[in-house]
Design a protein around this ligand. Structure first.
Ligand code: GLN
Length: 403
């Protein structure tokens, strides 16, 4: 729909970087309209994970593949902001921006071995960010270390009259001190995040990280986020409903693609949207319109909003009980090969992969994925820290200690 489109104004995040002298190198690839978890559905084709070409991974694959075409083994970056993660991971730039509605910054960061930071909702302006779910979207920051993420946050954060959800006083600057003592910290481990789909390797890195905090004197406790199991379904209803409404602006009249059909305005709208959106986008528009039908609105949309509040309250309760940050996996496993990812049933898996990230967006909290170690296959694995709303600085300070 927006292929070749050049916007007439800069997003606030872009303008703030330019104002500080940043050199903008270009736009990066992503899933169409940021819908996806693989960066396999972009209009420019799928994004390849730079780790596909690491020596260690190549060697391991060779042992396993018995001579099958090596090039078919390349790995997905995760998504939807996979192009940004690949660009940083391949050392082509200092930092990249992504968007994070349900995990799209943290997921590809974990798969590409870099830091992916989703700020608190309201800390960074969304003006100029194409909306997916207005109440969950946040511009995300991808860097190679936590300090760099804090530097970029310092440039981006702050009130913007063009985004009424931004807070007045973001508490800048975001300078991270080096934490030397974690003994006053309380780290929560949500028991519901120990899902059967979690790979044993990620699970073991997760528990090693918890042990590290404990051995350095932090209090590490098991906590409960009881509504976690509803989060994927709840997100789906809210996301598609907002998508149905947000995508209405793409009608071929004012900007973007317009089809050649001119028999009637309705026929032009329909053909433009059929041609301009991929299956994923069209599917979400249809699902969202179904949930918003007069007879379904109360049963789906309103109910999902109530569940969202319960999910958000789970976090409030945990933080009120004295927990400073939560420690969780970012994804279920390391990056998978493209051919494996695009198999039908793995699409469902890709939705489940957001289990550790989506609830955070529904609660508006800050969260950061940091690389923890390499798997047996020689691929990066990330762990996620989740903080209290607007305690982004504290969250990043803990993540910096850990990285
Ligand atoms: N994977 C989720 C989705 O497709 C999240 C996307 C995002 O954060 N932009 O909706």
């Amino acid at each position: 729909m927006l292929k070749g489109y050049v916007p007439p104004y800069n997003a606030t995040v872009v303008q703030r970087l330019l104002d500080q002298g940043a050199v903008l190198m270009g736009k990066t690839n992503l899933d169409e309209f940021a819908m996806g978890s693989g960066s396999t559905d972009g209009v420019f084709g799928p994004v390849k994970n730079p780790w596909s070409y690491s020596k260690q991974y190549r060697e391991k694959r060779k042992q396993k593949s018995h001579g099958e075409n090596e090039d078919s083994n390349w790995l997905i970056t995760g998504g939807s902001s996979g192009g940004s993660a690949a660009a940083v991971s391949a050392f082509t730039c200092f930092a990249a921006l992504g968007s994070d509605t349900g995990g799209s910054t943290r997921n590809p960061a974990a798969h590409c071995g870099i830091v992916g930071f989703k700020p608190s909702y309201g800390l960074v302006s969304r003006h100029g960010l194409i909306p997916l779910v207005n109440s969950m979207d946040v511009p995300g920051i991808l860097t190679r270390c936590v300090d760099d993420a804090a530097t970029v946050l310092g440039v981006l954060a702050g009130h913007d009259p063009k985004d009424s959800t931004t807070i007045q006083d973001p508490g800048k600057p975001f300078m991270l001190s080096s934490l030397t003592d974690v003994s006053k910290l309380c780290i929560g481990i949500p028991k519901e995040y120990l899902v059967p789909e979690l790979s044993s390797e990620v699970r073991s890195f997760w528990s090693k990280a918890a042990n590290l905090f404990e051995s350095e004197g932090a209090k590490v406790i098991e906590v409960s986020l009881p509504h976690t199991s509803y989060s994927i379904v709840c997100y789906h209803v809210l996301c598609t409903s907002e998508v149905a409404s947000n995508m209405a602006r793409f009608d071929g009249l004012e900007y973007g693609h317009r089809c050649d059909i001119d028999v009637s305005t309705e026929a032009m709208y329909a053909a433009t949207r059929r041609e301009g959106f991929n299956d994923v986008v069209r599917g979400r528009i249809l699902a969202g319109n179904f949930f918003l039908l007069k007879e379904n609105y109360a049963n789906y949309f309103i109910k999902a909003q109530k569940v969202r509040r319960l999910i958000a309250n789970d976090f409030v309760n945990v933080f009120n009980s004295g927990v400073d940050v939560l420690l969780t996996p970012t994804t279920l496993s390391e990056a998978v090969p493209y051919l494996e990812f695009i198999k039908e049933d793995n699409r469902t898996r890709s939705a489940q992969d957001d289990i550790f990230t989506q609830a955070v967006n529904m609660a508006g909290l800050p969260a950061v994925s940091v690389p923890v170690a390499l798997s047996n296959q020689g691929l990066p694995v990330g762990l996620q820290f989740i903080g209290r709303a607007f305690c982004d600085q504290q969250l990043l300070t803990v993540a910096k200690w850990f990285e």
